[in-house]
Design a protein around this ligand. Structure first.
Ligand SMILES: [Zn+2]
Ligand SMILES: [Zn+2]
Length: 256
């Protein structure tokens, strides 16, 4: 699978870093989005306009801001193929509000919703063409939130933009994963403050990667306004995790 980071920023975006979104190409024309916070979704890319499923982690604006505009583009592009949006149950009201803002005539007819209550790791959907299962587990955030696991054959990748570290359900989802994309919102110096806010520091991400025994850690939901040098993020995580560590900048891609 190939994962393109469309938006890597925490809630204070920068010129280079936009809000949360990940485009995942699973092969055999299966493509999914996780989160829809970034303006980059409006780039008129065919591979974005034709995604099969959209998985929203939670209701905060930095994860859903451009969903409505994307759906409007899809409608203008004469999309007929069904599109399912998966989200935690308490996000439904916010998401449909954002969609209606950009689609005043109503939610486009090709859109369906599936809501769930994230808890222990749970199977959400199987995509048979690409031999992929999507799983969800509860994140430890300030509102109901999910992390998503993409299981393709023996390869598991877990993406969790917003969470405090040491979140039992997410550690279970990420156990033995090929890669973990993990919240890195707050700087090193305020690790305990970050946890109280339902977010993580580079150290927290490193601890989780070590506990879950993953191979690769990708730092996301980063604050580049605070960390101008990405290498400082890596140094924080490397205090606890000795596997591969990368910073998931906007437009970076990872293949697993
Ligand atoms: Zn959030
Ligand atoms: Zn966020």
């Amino acid at each position: 699978m190939q994962i393109e980071v469309l938006g890597s920023s925490s809630f204070i975006p920068t010129i280079k870093g936009s809000w949360s979104s990940f485009l995942i190409n699973l092969g055999n024309r299966d493509r999914i989005l996780i989160d829809a916070g970034t303006r980059r979704l409006l780039g008129l890319r065919k591979d974005v306009l034709t995604v099969n499923h959209i998985f929203i982690t939670h209701r905060h604006s930095d994860h859903i801001m451009f969903l409505g505009a994307l759906l409007r583009r899809m409608k203008r592009n004469n999309r007929k193929k069904p599109l399912t949006i998966y989200c935690p149950v308490n996000a439904f009201y916010h998401i449909t509000g954002f969609i209606r803002f950009y689609n005043p005539k109503g939610i486009p007819e090709f859109v369906n919703f599936e809501t769930f209550t994230p808890d222990e790791p749970e199977h959400i959907i199987t995509l048979p063409k690409s031999n992929t299962e999507i799983w969800a587990a509860a994140a430890c955030h300030t509102t109901m939130a999910a992390g998503y696991g993409i299981l393709q054959g023996n390869t598991k990748v877990v993406i969790v933009p917003d969470t405090a570290p040491n979140c039992k359900t997410l550690l279970a989802l990420a156990k033995g994963a090929r890669a973990l994309f993990h919240d890195t919102t707050f700087p090193t110096a305020v690790h305990s403050f970050a946890m109280a806010k339902g977010h993580s520091s580079p150290e927290g991400a490193g601890m989780d990667a070590a506990k879950a025994e993953v191979q690769t850690l990708v730092l996301i939901h980063t604050s580049r306004a605070r960390y101008r040098d990405a290498q400082n993020l890596v140094i924080g995580a490397a205090r606890y995790f000795d596997g591969d560590i990368h910073v998931g900048e906007d437009k970076s891609t990872f293949t697993f």
